[in-house]
Every structure is written in structure tokens, then in C-alpha cells.
Design a protein around this ligand. Structure first.
Ligand SMILES: Nc1ncnc2c1ncn2[C@@H]1O[C@H](COP(=O)(O)OP(=O)(O)OP(=O)(O)O)[C@@H](O)[C@H]1O
Length: 235
């Protein structure tokens, strides 16, 4: 059982606080959905958690270990995986080579192909030749075979057809059902809330909602208000 606890995290960009005291708890078997309008600080929050950028203050605790001062590589080895925006495949390498780069000694490529069977047929194709959806599958599968405890996925759906997005959502749910703690940053709020457990809505770097996904999915007007900031209703 894994627990990632983020407490009072403050992350600056060019000296300006962009993430301002966020609290998040991600647990094995659960998807924590991070929502918020453009510029709310979602990507910066994930970068602060994975250590790509230094945080100014707060705590990043993974199973009781304080990672706040650890570098990104150390956090990754401790079990924090960050699937960044932009489907960063190694385009000259084949699908399988992309997966092998990250393969943990205890993991197998079959785990990747079990999550995305469609990648098996594409194993010898250069990743740069794959469709956007397939490239997104490669980067998620590559994270999986690194055997992380927590997987943080940023904007996996952007620019993809709805049928592909649904396919990816199903796979992400399976990751959590298999025991991973998942943090999902997503623009398609309705789809993300449908597969998620706990939701956080960020506005200007602060949490304005922390609660169940179902509750928020049932109240689209409230979700709209939370995004637009017409009413403050931090819980
Ligand atoms: N490299 C940077 N230097 C300075 N400011 C930045 C930088 N990157 C992002 N910002 C600013 O930080 C704020 C939060 O950006 P961030 O990308 O974290 O938001 P987001 O919620 O992920 O939005 P989006 O959905 O647009 O990616 C924005 O105001 C943005 O302009």
C-alpha cells in the first residue's frame, strides 16, 4: 500500500508562486484527478512533485520518506513516475526499444503489452511513425515497466480522438485497479471524473475543491463555478 502525501507545497516560476500551498494525498488503487483551467498550476504542481523543478516549501512524502530535497532521479527511483505532456517518445527507436529503456529488472515487456495489446503489433515500428494515441500508449507503458508506485500523467488526451481518449482512460483505470497510485491531470473533466476516485480543482495555484469525483460529476454547474472562480468554495 503506497501513500504519496503532498503538504503545503509551494512552487515558483520566475520567482512568482504558481503553486501556493497545495495538499494532495494519492493512494494505491486510486486515481486522483487534478482539474483546473489553463494556467491554474497543474503542470507546475506535477513538476514540483517529481522534482523537475525545485519547490520553495512544503513536503513530498512517499510512504513516510521525505523526498522534498531529493533530485528528480532519486524521486523516480523511489517510485515516482511522471508522464509529461507532449508524448516524449524516442522517435528513432522502435516501440519495443522505447519500452526497454525503462524496463525494471523485475518487470517484463508483457506487462506493457497486457495493458496495451495494440502495441505488440507495433513493436518493431519506429515510435516516431506511430499515431498520437499509440505514442501516448508507449509513454504510459514505458512508465509502467519502470515499476513505479505512483504514476503522474499530464494531459494525455490533448489532440486525440474521443475513441482513443476513452481507450486511454480505461487503461489508466486498470493501472489503479492493479494497485498503482495514479495522479491524472486532465482537460476532459467529465471523462476523468468518471474513472477517478478523488478530485482536486486548482485555481491560481490553490485547491478550491478536494473531494469525491462522483460528487463533482453529479454537479456540472458547481464544476463550472470552480473552474471560473465565480464563487470560492474550498472544502
Ligand atoms: N517556464 C515558466 N516560466 C514562467 N512562468 C511559467 C512557466 N511555465 C508556466 N508558467 C506560468 O505558471 C502558471 C501555471 O502554469 P501551468 O502550466 O503549471 O498551468 P496548468 O494548470 O498546467 O495549465 P495548462 O493546462 O495550460 O498547461 C501560468 O501562469 C504560466 O504562465
Amino acid at each position: 500500500m503506497t501513500t504519496l502525501s503532498i503538504n503545503g507545497l509551494i512552487v515558483n516560476r520566475s520567482g512568482i508562486p504558481v503553486v501556493r500551498g497545495v495538499e494532495i494525498e494519492a493512494k494505491s488503487g486510486e486515481i486522483s484527478v487534478l482539474l483546473g483551467s489553463n494556467g491554474a498550476g497543474k503542470t507546475t504542481l506535477l513538476e514540483g512533485i517529481s522534482g523537475i523543478i525545485a519547490s520553495a516549501a512544503g513536503e513530498v512524502m512517499l510512504d513516510g520518506h521525505d523526498l522534498m530535497r531529493a533530485r528528480a532521479g532519486v524521486r523516480a527511483r523511489a517510485g515516482l513516475s511522471h508522464v509529461e505532456q507532449g508524448r516524449t517518445v524516442f522517435s528513432q527507436m522502435t516501440t519495443e526499444e522505447n519500452l526497454k529503456v525503462a524496463l525494471h529488472p523485475d518487470a517484463t515487456l508483457d506487462e506493457a503489452y497486457a495493458l496495451f495489446p495494440e502495441l505488440r503489433q507495433r513493436r518493431d515500428i519506429a515510435a516516431g511513425m506511430l499515431s498520437g494515441g499509440e505514442q501516448q500508449m508507449v509513454v504510459i507503458a514505458r512508465a509502467l515497466v519502470g515499476r513505479p508506485k505512483v504514476i503522474m500523467i499530464d494531459e494525455m488526451s490533448s489532440g486525440l480522438a474521443p475513441v482513443v481518449v476513452s481507450r486511454l482512460m480505461t487503461a489508466v483505470r486498470k493501472l489503479a485497479d492493479d494497485g498503482m497510485a495514479v495522479i491524472l491531470v486532465e482537460q476532459f473533466a467529465t471523462l476523468a471524473l468518471a474513472i477517478g476516485n478523488r478530485a482536486y480543482v486548482l485555481r491560481r495555484g490553490q485547491t478550491v475543491y478536494d473531494g469525491g469525483c462522483e460528487e463533482l460529476a453529479r454537479d456540472p454547474a458547481r464544476l463550472h463555478r470552480l473552474y471560473l472562480g465565480e464563487a470560492s468554495e474550498a472544502t
